[in-house]
Every structure is written in structure tokens, then in C-alpha cells.
Design a protein. Structure first.
Length: 431
């Protein structure tokens, strides 16, 4: 029997993960979307989503739903407005600090905040990416401390890792199978049933919270290691003088070859999650070799691209100091505005150190966010007559695939294609 006769849901954190989640649950239950960013709340109330992750029509629909039907979305940055909720879903960021160590401040602050309004029989579900054991070792003690309640007697906890892929309009929240878990078998069943109401692809209930946490960590660590392998191949094949993508195409003719592509590895997941797993391993006395070696290779790729560009400029007779260079794209992936942990900044910084004047253009990225995070003033449009000695295609936005690169070839402009999406006759080099 369910301990929750009526489900009143609060989603804490309305970013790339929380907003789509709040919208889907609001089609079935009364939901309050909470975010400490007042500007974000005000924009969402006006049906403006700067992340471009939510379906605007769906957002508008749930905001105007009939509350008498007991399903609608309310938005707030006031903790009092979520005090009556009995299910709290935490989707706050879990970044890394300058030392590549987990930064749990947003997660712990959210736990402390919820603890202050926690009531008997409430359920807290964490979706933020963490290392195995974090939920029960770091978050639960704060919930107990600030509520005065007893874990698994007065309140319960679950973990269901987010699997949102920013910018992906095909593999969306409801079409990706959801991993679920709970702090007791009964709560695990309830949490699993809750997510089944919105996830069309179904759910996978794990035996423990730690298993669910670990599953998320290794998803992205595995991808990171695989990409680091082909990135290392790119470094080797560059010295040999052969095209990496041609090699991969040939190798992929075998049925069991895994066709990963080289490139810049950024974003909030793949470039971050391996450090969470490594952090836990080190705390237990094991120093991971493969995971961290993969990170080192991937973190080097921006520097490699910049150095390769400068060498090609020299070969073409370009003066390096004060020459103009254009970087196309600063988001971490194509066709989305997400700039979190973008490795394009590594290319930019390296070129600046060589003395080049670098323009950055990205029609998807928010100029204010880029300025705040990277201290770069991105250009609003590419000057048609500006003489660029080098152009780096860093992100494969659809707009860039239509760009006329050929007109720059007559000026001996170095064109580097980091995404291998341009014709080989256009690009001077590519990853």
C-alpha cells in the first residue's frame, strides 16, 4: 500500500533536466517547479526557455491547466511554495571544481533546504549525477539533521539518474528507459511506479541506490574512455600523415567494430562524471588508471587543434601574431545553447597565447552566458569581408554546414574541421 495517498511533486532545479521532468509530471499530478534563480522563474512564467530543451507548447499547456483537475505546473523561487509537497525531486547541477573534484555545494544546499520543510512520509528523489554512495552518505544526514526526522522511518529517499541529452529532440525524457531505486523495497516500488506514469520507454528498477548511482557514473565514463581511444588514434595518425576518419571508416566495415569518432569532449556529463567515479575510487584506496588516462587525452585535444592550426598557418606563409582567426561554435555540442564545460575554450585560449586575434561566433549560445563563464564577447555575425587566416569549425551547428568556406580558400585560409563534417577538399585538416 502506498504511503502517499496524493502525490504533490516539487522539482528542485529547472534547468535542462528539471524543466522537462516538471512538464511531464504536471500532465498527471500537481507540480511545483522550484529554482533559486528568480530570472529563470520569471522567464518560464512568460513561456521563455533559454535552454531550448522544453517543448514550448507543452510548457504553456501545463502552466494553464485546470488546477481543479489536480494536475498543473506552478513555478516559484519561494521555498514556502513547495512546503506542502510530499515528493521532492532534486535536479540541481553537480559540477567539478578547478581541481577536478566533485563540487557538491548545490546538491547539499538543496538537501539542507528540503530538510527544513520535510514532513513525515515525504519522499526525496535525487536525479543529479553523483558518485556511488553520495545520496546516503552526504545528502541523507543533512535531511535528518535539518528535519529532526529519522531516515527510512519518517522519510524515504530514492535515486533515478537523469539521462537527458541536451539538444536531442529524438531521444527525449519519455523515450529513454529510466533507472530507478529506493531506500526500502516498498519505496523502490513506489518510485518505479511514479516514473512509469511518464516514461514511455519503461523503467529499470535496481536493487539499491548505490547501484543506480554507479550505473549513471559508468555510462559516461565508458563513452569518455572510448572517445579518448579514437582521440589518441587521431594524435598518432596525424604524425603518420593519414586521415583518422578514413581509418575509422575502413575499420568499421567489420561488424563488431565500435565506431566512435574523435573530437572535443565537453558538456556537463561526459567530461565530468568520470571524475566523480575516480573520486570515489581514490577515497577507497584505488587509483584508477584507464578512467583518468582517458580524461587526460580528451582534455588535451583543444590544445592539439590550436597547435596544429598554427603550424599550418606557418606552412601557408601566414604571419601569426595579430592575425585574425575565427572559431565557429562555443556550445559543447551541435544545435543547442549549452556551453557547460565546453572544450572550445581550450582552442581559444591557446590561440590567444600565440598572439592571434580570435573571433568566436555561435548563433545558439547566449552572449551573456558566454561572457559570464568565459569572459569572451562573441560576435553577432561573421563579417563577410574580414580576412581570417584561420577558421576552426568547432561545433557542427546546422547553420555552419551551409556556410561558404570555399570563398576563404583563395586567401590561403587554414580551415580545421574538428567534427569531420566538411568535404575533404574544403578542410585542410580534421579530427
Amino acid at each position: 500500500m502506498s504511503i502517499l495517498k496524493q502525490k504533490k511533486i516539487a522539482v528542485i532545479g529547472l534547468g535542462y533536466v528539471g524543466l522537462p521532468l516538471a512538464i511531464e509530471f504536471a500532465k498527471h499530478f500537481p507540480v511545483t517547479g522550484f529554482d533559486i534563480n528568480k530570472k529563470r522563474i520569471e522567464e518560464l512564467k512568460k513561456v521563455i526557455d533559454v535552454t531550448n530543451e522544453a517543448d514550448i507548447n507543452e510548457l504553456k499547456k501545463v502552466l494553464t491547466s485546470n488546477k481543479k483537475l489536480n494536475k498543473a505546473l506552478t513555478l516559484s523561487n519561494n521555498i514556502k511554495d513547495i512546503a506542502q509537497s510530499n515528493i521532492f525531486i532534486v535536479t540541481v547541477p553537480t559540477p567539478i571544481d578547478s581541481y577536478n573534484s566533485p563540487d557538491l555545494v548545490p546538491l547539499l544546499n538543496a538537501s539542507e533546504m528540503i530538510g527544513k520543510i520535510l514532513k513525515k512520509n515525504d519522499v526525496i528523489i535525487y536525479e543529479s549525477t553523483v558518485y556511488p554512495g553520495c545520496t546516503e552518505e552526504e545528502c541523507v544526514p543533512l535531511l535528518e539533521q535539518h528535519s529532526g526526522l529519522i531516515f527510512n522511518t519518517d522519510f524515504f529517499v530514492g535515486y533515478s539518474p537523469e539521462r537527458i541529452s541536451p539538444g536531442d529532440k529524438i531521444n527525449t525524457l519519455t523515450t529513454i528507459k529510466k533507472v530507478t531505486s529506493g531506500s526500502t523495497p516498498a519505496i523502490a516500488d513506489e518510485i518505479d511506479a511514479l516514473y512509469k506514469t511518464i516514461i514511455k520507454a519503461g523503467t529499470h528498477k535496481t536493487s539499491s541506490i548505490k547501484v543506480a548511482e554507479a550505473s549513471k557514473a559508468i555510462e559516461n565514463a565508458q563513452r569518455d574512455v572510448n572517445i579518448s581511444f579514437v582521440n589518441e588514434l587521431a594524435l598518432i595518425f596525424d604524425r603518420i600523415g593519414i586521415d583518422t576518419n578514413e581509418v575509422l571508416e575502413a575499420a568499421a566495415t567489420k561488424w563488431n567494430f565500435l565506431k566512435f569518432k574523435p573530437g572535443l569532449v565537453g558538456g556537463h556529463c561526459i567530461s565530468v562524471d568520470p571524475y566523480y567515479l575516480a573520486h570515489k575510487a581514490v577515497s577507497l584506496g584505488y587509483h584508477p588508471q584507464v578512467i583518468l588516462s582517458g580524461r587526460r587525452v580528451n582534455d588535451f585535444m583543444g590544445q592539439f587543434v590550436a597547435n596544429k592550426v598554427v603550424k599550418m598557418m606557418i606552412e601557408k606563409g601566414h604571419k601569426i601574431k595579430s592575425s585574425n582567426a575565427l572559431i565557429m561554435g562555443i556550445a559543447f555540442k551541435e544545435n543547442c545553447p549549452d556551453i557547460r564545460n565546453s572544450k572550445v575554450i581550450d582552442i581559444y585560449n591557446e590561440l590567444i597565447q600565440f598572439g592571434l586575434k580570435v573571433d568566436v561566433y555561435d548563433p545558439h549560445a547566449n552572449a551573456d552566458e558566454v561572457k559570464k563563464q568565459f569572459d569572451i564577447d562573441i560576435i553577432s555575425t561573421i563579417a563577410p569581408k574580414k580576412n581570417y587566416s584561420a577558421i576552426i569549425l568547432a561545433v557542427a551547428h546546422n547553420e555552419f554546414l551551409q556556410f561558404n568556406f570555399k570563398k576563404y580558400k583563395k586567401n590561403k585560409t587554414v580551415i580545421f574541421d574538428t567534427k569531420a563534417c566538411l568535404d575533404k577538399t574544403i578542410a585542410d585538416a580534421r579530427l
